[in-house]
Design a protein. Structure first.
Length: 99
């Protein structure tokens, strides 16, 4: 019988870390006994959050930014129109005061 390909003597935490660096595929096998079910489920929950909450919010923010830009342009136009009306009313008022 041939000796095992990778044999590690694990006496310290650092020995375990070193072995995991040599055999990174062992990490996946170690996760379930070490991590809680809640921690194991975090990647799935995060993906669901991104799909269900974050991306729709991101789209809403983009839409709101576009709407605010349009509103700012509309307000600027209204300010200019009000100024034209104000000047017209001032001229009209001055002409009418002579009658």
């Amino acid at each position: 019988m041939s000796p095992a390909k990778d044999v590690f003597e694990i006496c310290t935490f650092q020995d375990l870390v070193s072995a995991l660096r040599v055999r990174p595929e062992w990490r996946e096998e170690l996760r379930p006994p070490i991590l809680t079910d809640e921690l194991m489920d975090l990647p799935r929950k995060f993906d669901a959050f991104v799909q269900g909450e974050f991306r729709p919010l991101q789209r809403d923010v983009t839409t709101l930014k576009q709407d605010v830009k349009t509103l700012k342009q509309d307000v600027e136009t209204l300010k200019q129109d009000v100024e034209v009306l104000r000047r017209g009313m001032w001229r009209f008022s001055n002409r009418m005061s002579g009658f």
